[in-house]
Design a protein around this ligand. Structure first.
Ligand code: ZN
Length: 157
């Protein structure tokens, strides 16, 4: 178990230091800003949606290692996927970090499972969830602002 934790830690640090899909996205047609005031994480997610598919996705902003790694992993996970697949991942990720441990879910989420450890640290759950809430807002609204401190009625959290 501690070996697994070390591996998880390495993946998180790697994505923090070398975030994937970081920067602006010229062809993006959806954008949302997310803010986690408790930690100071800020993120902007850009998405290029074409025919119900996420053709491109990127993020910008500044935040702690967990929030950056989560955003980086998120972009990798949804790029090239249908929008409804991404929305399902948003839900499943939320379940993983807020619910009880669920080995089947973690296996299904693959690499994203490196963030499952945050469930033991409620303040870190918001860092890990920020990119996903922001992606959800971008997909739902075109342009939007989300904060981890103003509940999204659709998610109850
Ligand atoms: Zn944070």
């Amino acid at each position: 178990m501690s070996e697994l934790r070390e591996l998880y830690q390495e993946v998180i640090l790697d994505h923090h230091k070398r975030p994937r899909n970081f920067g602006a996205l010229a062809e993006a047609n959806r954008h949302a800003d997310g803010h986690n005031p408790l930690c100071g994480d800020r993120i902007t997610v850009h998405v290029d949606v074409e025919n119900g598919e996420i053709r491109g996705v990127s993020f910008e902003g500044a935040g702690c290692a967990i929030s950056r790694a989560s955003a980086s992993l998120m972009t990798d996970a949804v790029k090239g996927r249908p929008v409804d697949h991404a929305e399902r991942l948003v839900e499943e990720f939320r379940h993983m970090v807020t619910g009880p441990a669920d080995a089947a879910l973690e296996e299904r989420l693959g690499k994203l499972a490196v963030l499952c450890g945050v469930r033991e640290f409620p303040s870190r759950v918001k860092c890990a969830s920020l990119a996903w809430h922001t992606l959800h807002a971008a997909l739902a609204g075109g342009t939007g602002q989300v904060s981890t401190e103003s509940p999204d009625p659709a998610h109850g959290k």
